[in-house]
Design a protein around this ligand. Structure first.
Ligand code: FAD
Length: 563
């Protein structure tokens, strides 16, 4: 029997030995040995199979864990291609990979449960889950899962800013189901606008597509929609095409505000040339089933826009289950769950949080930096000599990648000034107060890491690597020196490497902002986008499917069937 055979092997390897007869008898002994091994394994529960959770599971290589995965989706979805699913450039199934496929050859024991976690109990180390399958005879499909270590990778929900009517009437673009729904709704509008019974006024309303939010997702969606309308639907729906209008609403001063100004300007001008109405300073205050009310910053007026489909894409907020967890662990006042730079949730043992569901606590980082500095100032003179100062700064940069990122990005302005000042003075010393001022400047300008797939995937990989070395590092800590206690940290803190950001703008043109503020816009960047994303897809199967979808679109155009 295969199980028995496995047990024999386990026992032989673990020193039990087939011939080591005892009072309990050989087989009982074998079973006891193997169950002891099993019970030694730590129970790791992973909540979520998005970028962070999947990257963690893919990179976990140690067999010393029993892993339980809980997620309402039994797949990983490649979110950067969701806008392409909304217009049929890529099919939904091409961008998803079953999570069971991803973990099937892993050396750790693993079980997947298709359910959502609705409560975390950090005191009893349990998570409460609810299946999204149809309920059993009692009407409930609920269960609990115990953990030794919890990895919280549940992502975030859409932020509606409690704007009335958004939940009820707007579309979102967060999940694969959202993209499919959006695709059907657009085709629905075209079909309806082609009916002879529909009035002119109604056709105008139906064919007005509004995108709320000028961030990368909103901009990419508006561009994709424009491509779909002009490349494919214009030929298929000649009577509806003249009513088409696309509007992009942004509350701030410009779209793509996290990108370089050159990209922002290029995108705005391109959209204006193509007839996409970009309205900045326009804040949505209410959405009804047929119109959107906006408050215009310039005029102070409230404007009403009749629409056919509205996409709401204005950023993310914490999930209710995470909010409830935060209130249990003393983080009720915070907006986002806070972790330290080792991704450990503050105020709660054995819980790690990564990806969009958490953020590294910046204030704590600054307090720690001040403490490092204080420790270096052994004689309490309020100054450091230049050599010590440089050492302190490199120590801080090693521990706090955000500081290093900031310093690189701002071309070391404040620190350069400090160094020059010190080199110019006779004592060649750095004054602690001046240094603190520079730090507070860093503090106020340093933003927390962006909620992107890049950050989530790197955090998942980092955490898995820590877990792989956990046993070794308990004996030989490898991280930086502790400044609040003696010894070293177990691991190095999480260090983010930024590889750049893309903003697809439609018409086979993409903008890219690469490290070192290198900007590239145009058709060649679109090919860079194709190759980077094809390469980043999670499996050979999805790579093949997406590449064939792209080729199909080039040859036959997009599919407008409403299925
Ligand atoms: P997610 O990937 O959202 O995963 C969360 C997981 O948790 C999901 O599996 C979900 O099913 C599960 N879950 C939810 N609720 C529960 C629950 N109660 N219990 C258990 N599990 C739960 N980033 C980039 O870097 N580049 C891009 O080009 C890019 N494009 C994007 C385009 C779109 C349309 C969108 C929506 C996002 C894009 N992003 C991009 C951002 C990126 O997708 C997110 O930052 C990333 O998905 C965050 O990863 P995560 O693992 O934290 O969360």
């Amino acid at each position: 029997h295969p199980i028995l055979f496995k047990l024999l092997i386990v026992s032989t390897v673990s020193g039990g030995g087939l011939l080591a007869f005892s009072d309990a008898g050989p087989f009982e002994r074998l079973i006891t040995n193997s169950s002891q091994n099993e019970s030694k394994k730590k129970k790791v529960v992973v909540l979520g199979t998005g970028w962070a959770g999947t990257s963690f599971l893919k990179n976990l290589k140690s067999s010393s864990y029993d892993v339980q995965i809980v997620s309402p989706n039994n797949f990983f979805a490649f979110t950067p291609l969701l806008p392409s699913v909304t217009n049929g450039t890529v099919e939904a199934r091409s961008i998803v990979e079953p999570i069971r496929n991803i973990v099937k050859k892993k050396p750790y024991n693993v079980e997947f449960k298709e359910a959502e976690c609705y409560k975390i109990d950090p005191v009893n180390k349990k998570v409460y889950c609810r299946s999204n399958q149809s309920p059993n005879l009692d009407g409930i499909e609920e269960f609990t899962v115990d953990y030794d270590i919890l990895v919280l990778a549940m992502g975030a929900r859409v932020n509606t800013f409690n704007t009335p009517g958004v939940e009820e009437h707007a579309h979102f673009l967060k999940e694969v189901g959202d993209a499919q729904k959006l695709r059907r709704s657009i085709i629905d509008c075209y079909e309806r606008a082609s009916l002879p019974s529909v009035s002119e006024e109604e056709k105008k309303r139906i064919m007005h597509f509004v995108v709320v939010g000028g961030g990368p997702t909103g901009v990419e969606y508006a561009a994709e929609l424009h491509d779909l309308a002009f490349d494919d639907l214009a030929k298929l729906y000649p009577s509806a095409k003249d009513y088409l209008k696309i509007t992009l609403l942004e509350a701030g001063d410009h779209i793509l505000n996290m990108f370089d100004k050159r990209i922002t300007t290029f995108a705005t001008e391109k959209f204006q040339r193509e007839g996409i109405d970009v309205r900045t300073g326009s804040m949505v205050v209410r959405v009804s089933d047929k119109d959107i009310s906006t408050k215009e910053r310039k005029t102070g007026e409230t404007v009403s826009l009749p629409y056919g489909v509205v996409l709401w894409s204005t950023g993310i907020a914490t999930r209710p289950v995470v909010k409830d967890f935060m209130s249990q662990i003393g983080q009720a006042q915070r907006r986002v769950l806070a972790t330290d730079e080792w991704l450990r949730v503050e105020g709660c043992k054995d819980v790690y949080a990564l990806g969009d569901s958490a953020t590294i606590n910046q204030r704590k980082v600054m307090e720690d930096i001040a403490a490092i500095f204080k420790k270096a100032d052994k004689n309490n003179t309020g100054t450091l000599d230049l050599k010590d100062f440089k050492e302190v700064v490199s120590h801080i940069c090693e521990r706090y990648p955000q500081v290093e990122l900031y310093l690189q990005k701002n071309k070391l302005k404040s620190f350069d000034a400090l160094l020059k000042n010190a080199q110019g003075n006779d004592k060649k010393e750095i004054d602690i107060e001046t240094f603190k001022k520079a730090l507070s400047e860093v503090d106020s300008q340093m933003k927390s890491l962006p909620p992107t797939a890049q950050v989530a995937a790197q955090q998942g990989e980092y955490l898995a690597k820590c877990f792989n070395r956990m046993e070794l590092c308990e004996k030989n800590p490898e991280g930086p020196l502790r400044f609040r206690a003696s010894g070293r940290h177990q691991f190095h803190p999480f260090r983010y490497r930024h590889f750049g950001q893309f903003a697809p703008l439609g018409g086979e043109q993409t903008a890219a902002q690469l490290p070192g503020d290198w900007v590239s816009i145009g058709h060649s960047t679109q090919w860079l986008w194709y190759s980077v994303y094809a390469n980043k897809l999670v499996s050979w199967r999805t790579k093949m499917l997406v590449i064939s979808d792209w080729s199909r679109r080039f040859i036959f155009g997009r599919d407008s069937s409403k299925i």
